[in-house]
Design a binder for this molecule. Sequence first.
Ligand SMILES: Cc1cc2nc3c(=O)[nH]c(=O)nc-3n(C[C@H](O)[C@H](O)[C@H](O)COP(=O)(O)OP(=O)(O)OC[C@H]3O[C@@H](n4cnc5c(N)ncnc54)[C@H](O)[C@@H]3O)c2cc1C
Length: 411
Amino acid sequence: MSEFTLDLNDDQRQLRDWLHGFAADVVRPAAAEWDEREETPWPVIQEAAKLGIYSLDFYAQQYFDPTGLGIPMVMEELFWGDAGIALSIVGTGLAAVGVLANGTDEQIGTWVPQMYGDPDDVKLAAFCSSEPDAGSDVAAMRTRAVYDEATDEWVLNGTKTWVTNGGIANVHVVVAVVDPELGPKGHASFIVPPGTPGLRQGQKFKKHGIRASHTAEVVLEDVRVPGHCLLGGKEKLDERLARARERAAERAGGGERVKNAAMATFEASRPAVGAMAVGTARAAYEVALDYARTRSQFGRPIIDNQGIAFQLADMRTGIDAARLLVWRASWMAATSKPFTAAEGSMSKLYASETAKRVTAQAVQILGGNGFTREYPVERMHRDAAIYTIFEGTSEIQRLVIARTLSGVPIR
Ligand SMILES: Cc1cc2nc3c(=O)[nH]c(=O)nc-3n(C[C@H](O)[C@H](O)[C@H](O)COP(=O)(O)OP(=O)(O)OC[C@H]3O[C@@H](n4cnc5c(N)ncnc54)[C@H](O)[C@@H]3O)c2cc1C
């Protein structure tokens, strides 16, 4: 088991520097253009694929890094380059993890490669869980999956919203209700293969930030997928539902409350979002530091004023603290430590709030220039707003942390 250390090994340092080069030379120069175009930056994804940064192998290697630091380093560097483009590059990973976590070996081998395609023909994937009336409240999900025994097919109906790569993905992973009585335990995930009739993109959202990442509704009308598209398979689902029904009956009879396995999965995945936030915050801080050194007012650089210098000190302190929380939680996930204080949620909460604060300070330090699209902090400030919203809002992270610490079902 890997001990926690802040000393990166040679491989990790090389990886970080290589990714930083890609972020600086390819991603950052393209950021303003794709933000204005509000379109998926296909040529940049293709470039990433050619270099091996957009591939299953690359992410699997980082995912299984025994120190846990592979994924946070990738996220920090790519999102340092640009958040919208980086999300277009790593968005497929959300769906891939859904299959890696719940799929059989055969399903992983069949579908995950189709999510990425190859460097000459790159593909995307989408993970469809949120719905118009089921955002934070996942239990309110309405999309139904009904089994048609005669044809061994599942029939999906419903509307998903806020889906990254929704409608333009090659493979969609859709979470749906198979037993409405069981709340989230009655949910299951399905692969919707490329070109399946009945799945279409609804409205594409025009967003405040991360505009190079495509976000849209996904409408499912009598979408029929073969039985083998149920992730994990029918036998496993039936066993899981039977267990959930037993436990529900025990609880109704005053039995012990069972821990939700999905919560453990979120604790392990949330630090990755924290790392994205650290990347954006660091990028804005660097621009602000540089600007404060070179911009003069009243006959001296603005950094000579404590009012500016102390802000920069606070910004950097917050970023370093956020990274430490992210690395701790990532290491805990990789070494299977129990998240007894919801450390994964803590890292996401702190890093995302830090990114919002730091990017706002950066805009202020750049004055009028910070408010224009001539300088990147305006975009970074818009981009940073997403981190306190997706993968569980800050309020939901606080709920999770408070419930974990207290054992009280705080509302
Ligand atoms: C750009 C973008 C990309 C996304 N990508 C995906 C994707 O790929 N796949 C996917 O499935 N989803 C995706 N989402 C959805 C995202 O996860 C949801 O937006 C998020 O979970 C919040 O849900 P909501 O927007 O419905 O807000 P709501 O749940 O309606 O929340 C509104 C406000 O109420 C607060 N609130 C809600 N409940 C409580 C409570 N109990 N206590 C205190 N405060 C509360 C929230 O914190 C928030 O401030 C994406 C969203 C965006 C904006």
